[in-house]
Design a binder for this molecule. Structure first.
Ligand code: URA
Length: 432
């Protein structure tokens, strides 16, 4: 087989066979096909697309490029969740413990942040001592004993995705629906849980810009999961503005803890109640979505979800005292307000730009090797739809170094303040 023939076939919009896809992935992971040829194929796929069958074949080839976790030794129903990425998205930190408190087993492998979006591992590591890298036996034991572990993905899980994603990142081919679907689902299937919940973001701060595009991606991912015997549900949710008020690792952990204690922002709370209810219905623990929401609300109200979070932090060597007393987290050197220059309504709050601005002051990584400053970030004071008077604080910037020239102006420009209130703000567009 010649790889150039596969590239040319896709260039003309042809459908790749199982043999061709399997050969591509095996040879690429073994280092026998150069990046420049795979880049050409990725671009051809981005422009010409892939059929459902091709996407399934690609997902299976990627899934079997490495280790597949066997969670069958864990009694009970294993669940996993995935968000396609967003600014201020700390859902896993809240939803995971709530689900564990409801009796399902949360065996979660997470990633690090890159660019404008954050990563769950970086957030957890802002808790003093927290260990994201557990041996497999310890990971399994923790899930069995306390119902939840959140760890870093092992390097043996879907090595094909690691190589392909790095290449997609620098070749403008992240955006392709079949490539995103196969990337996400190969990892979810390799992680081994029986139930998978997908949070597919859309809007300014997401890969998918409209709810319609997000639905196409969600539909594809649901098909891929169901074809492998998994129960998969999805929510299409808004990422035009950040989720919650906090952007930045330690700030997001604090917000997650407040949410677990029933004092979280409305949008984050709503998202975890709905996402959790959907999982509990799939797990046959809740009769319907209303029952699921009730059960999820109960574990916040009675404190059991917060206790699960503390148990996980303790099991993973984190400092529980910090979680019990949020004042024990260190503060950034400066906390600077960004104030409104006019009176009106916040009509937009550009998630992507706010994520980039937070990254630039140290809350995220522009390159994989960059070091994060955990206490740095942005805490919003106002969200889309809020009324502001001239001089009101829109957000607080937590930073360790002086802000660069023009940074504060860009931060202010990320807010769109108009005379009329924006209508039709929606958090959850669809549950599938
Ligand atoms: N997240 C992933 O894991 N893969 C993609 O391709 C996009 C988002």
């Amino acid at each position: 087989m010649r790889f150039v023939d596969i590239i040319e076939k896709k260039r003309w919009g042809g459908e790749l066979t199982q043999e061709e896809i399997q050969w591509w992935i095996t040879q690429y992971v073994s280092g026998n096909i150069p990046d420049y040829q795979v880049s050409a194929l990725l671009m051809a796929i981005t422009l010409k697309g892939m059929s459902v069958r091709e996407t399934q074949l690609l997902t299976m080839a990627m899934l079997h490029s490495g280790e597949v976790m066997d969670l069958s030794g864990i009694d009970g129903i294993t669940v996993d969740k995935h968000s396609t990425g967003g600014v201020g998205d700390k859902t896993t930190l809240v939803l995971g413990p709530m689900l564990a408190a409801c009796g399902v087993k949360v065996a979660k492998m997470s990633g690090r942040g890159l660019g404008a979006t954050g990563g769950t591992l970086d957030k957890l590591e802002s808790i003093r001592g927290f260990d994201c890298y557990l041996e497999k036996d310890k990971f399994m034991k923790q899930v069995k004993d306390i119902g939840i572990a959140i760890v870093g993905q092992t390097k043996d899980l879907v090595p094909a995705d690691k190589k392909l994603y790095a290449l997609r990142d620098v070749t403008g081919t992240v955006i392709s629906v079949p490539l995103i679907a196969s990337s996400v689902m190969s990892k979810k299937l390799a992680a081994g849980a029986q139930i998978i919940e997908l949070d597919v973001k859309c809007g300014d701060g997401a890969f998918m810009k409209t709810p319609e595009d997000a639905e196409i991606l969600a539909d594809m991912m649901i098909r891929l999961g169901k074809a492998c015997g998994k129960k998969v549900s999805a929510m299409i949710t808004d990422m035009n503005e950040p989720l919650g008020m906090a952007i930045g690792n330690m700030l997001e952990v604090k917000e997650a803890v407040e949410t677990l204690r029933g004092r979280g922002p409305k949008d984050l709370t709503e998202l975890v109640l709905t996402g959790g209810a959907s999982i509990l219905v799939n797990a046959d623990i809740a009769l319907d979505m209303d029952d699921g929401r009730r059960k999820m609300s109960e574990v916040i109200a009675d404190g059991t979800a917060f206790e699960k979070f503390k148990a996980m932090v303790k099991a993973q060597n984190g400092d529980v005292a910090q979680i019990e007393n949020l004042d024990m987290f260190p503060e950034a050197s400066f906390i600077t307000p960004v104030k409104s220059e006019k009176t009106g309504f916040v009509c937009a709050e550009r998630a992507w730009e706010l994520g980039r601005l937070a990254m630039e002051i140290g809350a995220g990584r522009a390159d994989k090797e960059d070091v994060i400053e955990p206490e740095v970030g942005i805490v919003l004071e106002k969200k889309t739809g809020d009324f502001v008077e001239k001089g009101d604080v829109l957000a607080w910037v937590h930073h360790n170094r002086p802000l660069e020239n023009g940074w504060k102006e860009r931060m202010y420009a990320a807010f769109d303040i108009k005379d009329e209130r924006v209508s039709g703000k929606q958090l959850i567009y669809k549950i599938m």
